[in-house]
Design a protein around this ligand. Sequence first.
Ligand code: GLN
Length: 487
Amino acid sequence: MKNLHQKTLTELQSCLSNGDCSSQELAEHFLYRIEANDQLNAFITVDEQRTLEQAKQADVALKDNLGSALTGIPLAHKDIFCTDGLLTTCGSKILNNFISPYDATVVSRLSHAGMVTLGKTNMDEFAMGSSNETSYYGVVSNPWNTNAVPGGSSGGSAAAVSAGLAPAATGTDTGGSIRQPAAFCGITGVKPSYGRVSRYGMIAFASSLDQAGPMARTAEDAALLLDVMCGFDEHDSTSLRQDPVNFSAQLDKSIEGLKIGLPKSFFSQGLDAEVGDVIDTSIKTLEKMGATIVDINLPSSELAVPCYYVLAPAEASSNLSRFDGVRFGHRAKEYDDLGDMYQKSRSEGFGDEVKRRIMIGTYALSSGYYDAYYSKAQKLRRLISNDFDLAFKQCDIILSPTTPSVAFDKNAKTDDPIAMYLNDIYTIPANLAGLPAISLPAGLNPQGMPIGLHLVAPYLEEGRMLNIAHQFQLNTDFHRAFPENYA
Ligand code: GLN
């Protein structure tokens, strides 16, 4: 069958159930494409034999009618998720020899649903970055323009889905790492409400912000994945006690009468005009579909980036203390004593950005500065969250661009961390407030680079958000665009 790599999960599902293709054929097709396009550097680890073995098992299940909606469909996992028996690096040198002894809950849930793991995707080191340039395993190229970055930190997952190396992938989002690369690579990416998806086996960056989510071609596909990924997990103390939710069943409602909130300040300074224009067109499309627009204010969100860059590094400095050369990962070859071994292993194992964050975080948590930085940032976080509560009294969903610009060139921001950090100006507020959010393809700029539309929903209202996104995709075809050289 042709063009299997351009199909959505729903389409692949019917290929499998009609007998048009087998899971093994699908796995072979995507494995071939991964190898043929390895210059994108989207994957860190691929284990063909293991993939084909899983596909064979899926074919047996399908033949015996024991499959679920996703049985036999391949996907890729961000290399932040522990995978039993498979290298799990988190993009870092310090874990370049770490074979996980267990599966993350996200991985085991998707595997139990019959999905086939294609491999582990490249990412910014410990998910710290917006361009994939902090990965120890090299930068990933954006399939739409290989001189540009794919975004980060889930850049490998985004590039893989965008170029048709995988029909879907997992990602994680602490400040925008699912949505920003989704926007840069022209795919759909969802960050669920905090607590929806288990963090067990997902290597921690900033535990109060980290959430796993799906990256796929369409909102419908993201819903299918989320149906499986969500659910209570006793292994994660922040996991929500929730009944199973069927997001896929909530997509068909009309959006007539929907109130969309536009945060005025998000559309002023710092937004590239070409992005603004595409978002304006999307707003008009949604209005034609029956939505009305209300202006809202999120005044504290102006300070979301500085707030995040105190809290996330503070949590990271604590989380990353476990990488000490003793228990797992890289250990320096020569050292004088225990202290020297810690120091050398960490100095050799961590990259610059990770070291920068550990230093900022340790400083913000130190006794003389805790009140001035950490506690103040926590108070600000509450204000940002309160703004959303107020805004959602006036509207059902909040719309903005996902990013201020399209994907930038490699090396363009590596010397200027602040410019890099500002990429997440529209995405970070949802993480700080624990809210669900999505980025979906909204068009291309004149040079043909993708632009993402960002929606934020009230807490636990993923169903509403996916419904709106799906309806938008029924009325547009931006999610069908495919990077020319990979079609
Ligand atoms: N780009 C942000 C950072 O560098 C967000 C990363 C993420 O969401 N994991 O921290």
